[in-house]
Design a protein around this ligand. Structure first.
Ligand SMILES: Cc1ncc(COP(=O)(O)O)c(C=O)c1O
Length: 407
């Protein structure tokens, strides 16, 4: 990958003093083609897709269908009808959680390091519908404990209904063995929902090869527009799902007292869609598809090694997860109980233009369970980050730690 060439495609990186943007686990920067697609929609064909048959409507319908096919190919889904446009991964996970049919006592397994978006819906269902949400504890270093998982599956017995886990954690970048997990879950009669928010942007994700049933993902973490996410599901399972937003687009017809549900994906895309977002999603997928996802991942690990090596021996800090960056992709999340993570994050930006995330990263449960009140400071790399930026992060962070420790 020619990183300098890639950088030239991002307006914010072409400026005279571009930031060292290392908050990619939250949201990525947008390349020209994505910005252009959004502008083109509003300036050239600002119509309604899927319904209106005039020129604007037809162009939008065609472009959104093409974007869906691009996503299908990117994920190696069997059909484009298995791809639902959503607002974000949270929306997608809620669609699965509140769209499935539950009986009291049905067991859902997650891990102890899930983003709130793959935790809160299950707790809500536990409180409101009596499902039994259980947590599989990770190993000490946050890696997946396959043995505990197998035990949890057999303990749940025939009440096990769903395993819902993030393939890569936003807390620590740790990847879990989804293919193996899916095999075991299926052997135990359960479905598998994958939170792919942190995997789909950074590695090859082949939903058929993984052998999973649903996957939620965030387009805005894949160089695509804000307000866009996606849900992939095996067609027959989607067809069995209740929509969480009924209305226009979700039915094939209705009478005063009856409805005929539309087939997926329309059933889940109620109301006028984010057409510019869908079309720009296609552009983001075109952009990413120029590269080998394995190269993107390898580049991120290389940068993470520079960040990790530069900070790991600092006093009063601890890297969350395994110490080897190979097991944390592009994420370097640093726990520092006696240092102010937010203040350091502000300082890094103001003093050196290094943008990172501080806080609990929507994984409050992990921090609360361990009594960590300060959260962590997280640097997360992507395809356009450079080795110089990784070094700059390590140097400025080290200086900040020394400065705050001396106070
Ligand atoms: C692992 C994980 N799951 C879910 C989400 C929620 O994604 P979205 O903001 O697209 O709803 C995030 C966002 O950071 C995440 O990192």
């Amino acid at each position: 990958m020619d990183i300098n060439k890639i950088r030239m495609e991002f307006p914010t990186l072409r400026s005279d003093s571009p930031p060292a943007y290392l908050d990619n686990a939250c949201v990525t920067l947008k390349p020209d083609c994505v910005v252009q697609a959004i502008t083109d929609y509003y300036t050239k064909t600002p119509g309604c897709g899927g319904r209106s048959v005039h020129r604007y409507g037809t162009k939008v319908s065609r472009a959104t269908s093409e974007a869906r096919v691009k996503l299908q190919k990117f994920l190696n889904a069997e059909s484009a009808n298995e791809v639902v446009f959503t607002r974000n991964a949270t929306h997608s996970l809620n669609q699965v959680a509140h769209g499935m049919k539950w009986e009291e006592g049905d067991v859902v397994l997650t891990t102890d390091r899930e983003h709130n978006s793959n935790l809160v819906p299950w707790i809500q269902l536990e409180k409101e519908q009596g499902i039994d949400h259980r947590i599989v504890a990770s190993n000490q270093d946050n890696t997946f404990n396959l043995e505990s998982f197998e035990e949890a599956c057999s303990e749940a017995g025939n009440r096990l209904k769903l395993v819902s886990m993030s393939q890569v954690g936003n807390l620590d970048g740790v990847k879990i063995p989804i293919k193996e997990i899916a095999r075991i879950a299926h052997d135990n009669g359960a479905l598998v929902c994958v939170d792919g928010a942190q995997s789909a942007p950074h590695m090859r994700v082949d939903v058929q090869d993984l052998g999973i049933d649903f996957m939620a993902f965030s387009i805005h973490k894949m160089c695509g527009p804000s307000g866009m996410g996606g849900l992939w599901g095996r067609y027959e399972l989607l067809d069995d799902l209740r929509t969480i937003q009924s209305g226009g687009q979700t039915v094939s017809t209705s009478t005063y007292d009856s409805i005929d549900w539309a087939k997926p994906p329309s059933r889940f895309e109620g109301g006028l869609g984010n057409f510019s977002g869908m079309i720009a999603t296609g552009s983001a997928i075109d952009f990413l598809s120029q590269y080998d996802m394995n190269d993107i991942h390898a580049h991120e690990v290389k940068l993470n090694r520079i960040m990790t090596d530069g900070i790991k021996d600092l006093p009063g800090i601890e890297i969350i997860g395994p110490q080897d960056p190979k097991q944390r992709g592009g994420i370097c999340s640093i726990l520092m109980e006696d240092l102010p993570a937010h203040d350091i994050a502000i300082l890094l930006d103001e003093a050196a233009g290094v943008m990172v995330r501080s806080g609990q990263h929507c994984v409050h449960s992990w921090f609360n369970a361990r009594g960590y009140t300060n959260g962590s400071l997280r640097a997360s790399a992507y395809m356009y980050n450079t080795e110089e930026e990784a070094r700059l992060f390590a140097e400025t962070f080290s200086e900040a730690v020394h400065a705050f420790s001396a106070q």
